[in-house]
Design a protein around this ligand. Structure first.
Ligand code: ADP
Ligand code: MN
Ligand code: MN
Ligand code: MN
Ligand code: MN
Length: 364
């Protein structure tokens, strides 16, 4: 339900109360779906925000794993362990958002904790300085699940005028997009741009370039910020990769990737080598690029709507119908990065970034 203007004013009254420097920390974690987020609030062990660093004063905490599909009811406690810290744009300073990883009762990573192995791999290749930039696409829905702003019966006009559009009837839900962008900047998420997408009510923002493990941390928190912003506006953000069947674009999470060697003079040689390696591992990447082992992307990677078929690997300069695109300016400057266009909008960035590194640097 959309909160009324009166309630909004009333809420500000509480938000402005002097809390005498005490800090609220919202712990955020990925649930058993591997795709959705959960959160809950506690106070850190110190109220001095300057001392708040991951690992100190932000204790290991627990939650009911049987309610998130992460544990049995009879042995339900799971642990959430703080791994990355952001400012909280909703409660304001000095409050914090705390990205956490999930551990079972033996303090081992649960099945959907893909950060552990990602972190280890990023540690292993840190000399190569892997950078990632992810283009997060999503669709705004009304509370009834219908695309936001679409006529309740029927469809808007066909695709064409909506991409990077301006003006009523061409863009749907810009207020959310603007609010989310500011929230990301405040939080310290490395947001790097936004644009309206080809399907009306579909949007994109970019996060990056982020080095190593921070890609996953920043993208997950940016998604949290989007869902939370949408709450305030009474709108839903969907990361479904094909929210509307038919002649409507799906949603992806293009992953731009480079190593130190690719960014240097004649880095195109390293880029081409990486593409060659990726071509041999197409299906292992497809399996890892959505939370359903490829089933979600099956609906999206049809070969139409600026996608390559899920069954074939392809690459090319400036080719938006390829699995891997080398941006035109990278082809011209002969160095830079490559764009993997296959990851689904609901992918786990820890999984995607880890696999890119395993294939192209560790030669797995
Ligand atoms: P597109 O033309 O595919 O729509 P975008 O401008 O949306 O491209 O996104 C490009 C992304 O590439 C940004 O997220 C940016 O952070 C990222 N990026 C830029 N340079 C590099 C690099 N050297 N390595 C990895 N990512 C990069
Ligand atoms: Mn309780
Ligand atoms: Mn883009
Ligand atoms: Mn896009
Ligand atoms: Mn792209």
């Amino acid at each position: 339900m959309v909160i009324s203007y009166n309630n909004f004013i009333l809420k500000q009254n509480y938000m402005n109360l002097d809390c005498q420097g005490r800090v609220q920390a919202m712990y955020i974690w990925i649930d058993g779906s591997g795709e959705h987020l959960r959160c809950k609030t506690q106070k850190p062990l110190t109220s001095n925000p300057k001392l708040l660093k991951v690992g100190i004063y932000l204790p290991l905490w627990n939650f009911d794993g049987s309610s998130t599909n992460q544990a049995e009811g009879s042995n339900s406690d799971c642990y959430i362990k703080p791994v990355a810290l952001f400012r909280d744009p909703f409660r304001g300073d000095p409050n914090k958002l705390v990205m956490c990883e999930v551990l079972n009762y033996k303090q081992e990573p649960v099945a959907t904790n893909n950060r552990r192995t990602c972190k280890a791999v990023m540690e292993e290749v840190k000399e190569d300085r892997p950078w990632f930039g992810m283009e997060q696409e999503y669709t705004l829905l009304d509370v009834d699940g219908h695309p936001f702003g679409w006529p309740k019966q029927g469809f808007p006009g066909p695709q064409g005028p909506y991409y990077c559009a301006v003006g009523t009837g061409n863009v749907y839900g810009r207020d959310v997009v603007e609010a989310h962008y500011r929230a990301c900047m405040f939080a310290g998420v490395k947001i790097a741009g936004t644009n309206a997408e080809v399907m009306p009510a579909q949007w994109e923002y970019q996060v990056g370039p982020c080095e190593g493990i921070s890609m996953g941390d920043h993208l997950w928190i940016s998604r949290f910020l989007l869902h939370r912003t949408c709450e305030d506006f009474g709108i839903i953000a969907s990361f479904d990769p094909k929210p509307v069947n038919g002649d409507w674009n799906g949603a992806g999470c293009h992953t731009n990737y480079s190593t130190e060697a690719m960014r240097q003079k004649d880095g195109i040689v390293a880029i081409n080598k990486a593409v060659e390696k990726l071509s041999k591992r197409h299906f292992s990447h497809i399996k890892a690029y959505d939370p359903q082992g490829g089933k979600d992307n099956l609906r999206r990677l049809t070969g139409l709507h600026e996608t390559a078929s899920i069954y074939d690997f392809s690459s090319g300069v400036a080719n938006r119908k390829a699995s891997i695109r080398i941006p035109r300016h990278v082809g011209e400057e002969k160095c830079g990065y490559l764009e993997d266009r296959r990851p689904s909008s609901n992918c786990d960035p820890y999984v995607v970034s880890e696999l890119l590194v395993r294939t192209t640097i560790l030669n797995e």
